[in-house]
Write a protein that binds this ligand. Structure first.
Ligand code: ZN
Length: 345
């Protein structure tokens, strides 16, 4: 029924990945293949970067100050694994940073709390609801700006601020190889939001408006590129790019050593995203035919990490499903919005 709500049934989907045609962001050729790496035959094989290269880079930051680095940790499997690697494998002293936009799932925060306790490291939890009125405005105005990139700019702005205050020039994340990596320049195996011009344009225009209307946000970054340029001396990397670890392996490790637990109620299944995610993704699908999760899962399909069918099953977002409807309903209530604001009965 998702199609009936968002009109995406008429749109063609790339026959290799899961992206949906929408010019100029996703253009399908006569074979039905998109331009984001699907036109080359075969599975993209991306070998991990050498661990010796990671160690060389880490050594540049070790012992510079009170902390060697900052680790961004949401409590999800990948970011907790990155934290575990930073401390137990590379013997770094990190400051752990968690960002809560007001919709963080408590079970994710509890995972971080257990991990930092177990590892004996410092933790800064940034929690604020000051973007909620903007999110509400995006819903009510039916604007084409996708919520997640706006929130991502906000979270990265805070992360860079905290890193600067802590005297840190290395930020580590739990990004996997297929994942969208805000704050990190795109590479052959990495997609940036900037590869999707309409998404980037809508985000820039929205931020421009926010800056002009609110004195408090006058210096807010308009794009990830702008934010990166402001902080070009800060290195951002994920230890997971340099490992050939399998998800099952590190899941078992962090469960045993850090008491990590899966976070129920997060979408897509198996992730740890905030509870605004379903509403945000639904809005993005309505406007663009896809969300940033589709971009990420599409990359994983090309990398051969999962099949197209598996990705489509993960990405199912059906307002007739009681759990999805409940999550969207709770987000709307929290924002002071209604189903009527979505134009859905
Ligand atoms: Zn494709």
């Amino acid at each position: 029924m998702q199609g009936a709500h968002n009109g995406s049934t008429a749109r063609r989907r790339c026959t290799r990945c899961v992206l949906v045609e929408r010019q100029p962001d996703v253009v399908l050729d006569e074979r039905g293949l998109c331009q984001h790496g699907c036109r080359d035959p075969g599975v993209q094989v991306v070998s991990p970067l050498l661990e010796s290269e990671l160690i060389r880079r880490l050594e540049r930051h070790r012992g510079r100050g009170r902390y060697d680095c900052m680790v961004m940790c949401s409590g999800g499997r990948d970011s907790v694994a990155a934290l575990h690697l930073a401390v137990r494998r590379y013997r770094l002293t990190p400051l752990v940073f968690t960002f809560d936009n007001g919709f963080a799932l408590p079970a994710g925060i509890e995972n971080v709390a257990r991990a930092v306790r177990e590892l004996g490291v410092d933790w800064q939890l940034f929690r604020s609801e000051h973007m909620l009125p903007f999110f509400a405005e995006i819903v009510r105005s039916r604007a084409s700006v996708p919520i997640c990139p706006v929130c991502s700019l906000w979270s990265w702005g805070e992360a860079y601020r905290v890193a600067k205050e802590a005297g840190v020039r290395l930020i580590m994340t739990g990004y996997t190889r297929g994942q969208l990596q805000p704050g990190v320049p795109a590479g052959p195996d990495r997609r940036s939001e900037e590869d999707f011009p309409s998404l980037g344009q809508a985000t820039r225009e929205f931020m421009e408006k926010v800056r002009s209307v609110h004195e408090r946000y006058r210096k807010f970054p308009r794009s990830m590129g702008e934010l990166r340029r402001r902080h070009r001396r800060v290195e951002v990397l994920s230890p997971l790019w340099f490992q050939d670890l399998h998800k099952e392996e590190y899941t078992e490790l962090i469960q045993r050593e850090l008491g990590w637990q899966p976070v129920p109620g997060s979408w897509p299944p198996g992730s740890v995203n905030c509870s605004l995610n379903q509403l945000a993704a639904w809005l993005s699908i309505r406007h663009y035919g896809f969300s940033h999760h589709h971009i990420e899962e599409a990359a994983r399909v090309r990398l051969g990490e999962l099949s197209r069918q598996e990705a489509l099953a993960l990405l199912r977002l059906d307002l007739d499903d009681p759990e999805t409807r409940g999550a969207v309903s709770a987000s709307l209530t929290r924002l002071g919005c209604t189903w009527a604001d979505l134009g859905v009965a």
